[in-house]
Design a protein around this ligand. Sequence first.
Ligand SMILES: Cc1cc2nc3c(=O)[nH]c(=O)nc-3n(C[C@H](O)[C@H](O)[C@H](O)COP(=O)(O)OP(=O)(O)OC[C@H]3O[C@@H](n4cnc5c(N)ncnc54)[C@H](O)[C@@H]3O)c2cc1C
Length: 398
Amino acid sequence: MKKYDFIIAGGGMAGLSLAYYLTQSPLSNRSILILDREQKNQNDRTWCFWERELNAVGSDQSSRTLAQLRPFESILFRTWRSLFFHGPTYAGELDMRGYQYKMLRSIDFYTFVETELAKWPTVERKQATIQRIKDTPQGGFVIADDEPYIADYVFDSTFTLKLDQPENHNLLQHFKGWVIKASTPCFDPKRPEIMDFRVDQQGDCRFVYVLPFDEKTALVEYTIFNSTLLFDAEYDVVLRQYIENFLTTDAYEICETEYGVIPMSDEPTQENPSDHIVRIGTSGGFTKASTGYTFHRTQRYLQDIVRNLAETGKPQRTIPWFTRRFKLYDSIFLNVLEKNRHPADDIFTRVYTENPRRVFKFLDEETHLFEEIRLFATMPFWPFLRAFFDVLRRKIAG
Ligand SMILES: Cc1cc2nc3c(=O)[nH]c(=O)nc-3n(C[C@H](O)[C@H](O)[C@H](O)COP(=O)(O)OP(=O)(O)OC[C@H]3O[C@@H](n4cnc5c(N)ncnc54)[C@H](O)[C@@H]3O)c2cc1C
């Protein structure tokens, strides 16, 4: 049996990104096998994320080329310089100077990465269903379509997290979106709405997200943070009502539909469950528990993994202990939502409007303690204090 240097189990967003970073690193001569049960030839999702403008990135990065710093910049579908928000006490533009909001269609990402990987004879791709991943003294061992494979390291993005421990907070971010084409111009392509809370909250956190592509076309997505998925038709009712009530068009056609569920959970995940297996992407716990954003974090974490692998031969990320405080902040926020301690629309209004720019840095986990205290000071005190003690109680009980 051929032994690979790396097997990438699951060639989706994380798996393909990792393969790409490996080929761009000093490890480019290593053998890589990518296993996925799907051919990635559909636009099965879109990824949005914010990113600092390049001139706002530190001078230590200035020697790196754009392709190294932002490998997917050339295939972005849209970049917006401003973001809008509609909450109970504020409606208008958010101050995001220094940041941009970006959208990448998965089909463009898959095509770009597959084209790059095809240039490397060291990279093999097989379409197969993975049945088992196991650590052995010889390496990471995978069975896919009844065929065995072995490698020094298996990077696994197929592992399903079990979100069932009662001491943790296990919410879901679930959403359905339509790309609609209106019969008359009704969108301002420069005004993406990150959260519009003018929908019935029903005791949860519910909002509509509107990303305009041009004056007639936009993604309109109904998003909920809670623990119960809706029936398909229930998302449709709200989408239809929202379009009727808040968009000034009589007729529209639905061109594409997107549905997704993202875990918003503080369940401790095992990024390195054994010597030869590393979990990446959603499987590795790369999703930010309090927001569901995963794309940008995955890119950062994978770049760290590849750097460590090239420098030390080990794929573990070094996580400074003090950055673990952000996990506590996520748990507190999830507790406030789960226990419905304060209306979520008011919390998000305060977060976004009273913390200009700081909020994006905070969500990227790049703030200093002093900035975090200033942000916490804008939150309702008692609900968050109660949540803090409840999180401590649950952690001790668990
Ligand atoms: C509809 C949708 C929209 C999203 N939008 C955003 C967004 O805007 N911003 C953001 O930051 N995050 C977003 N996310 C969250 C997250 O970024 C994506 O889910 C992302 O694709 C996760 O990457 P991944 O590699 O962990 O998983 P995936 O991209 O799902 O890759 C896993 C791969 O493993 C393969 N696989 C699984 N099991 C097996 C098996 N047994 N055998 C073989 N292959 C297998 C799958 O075919 C898949 O290709 C979104 C998620 C969804 C579902």
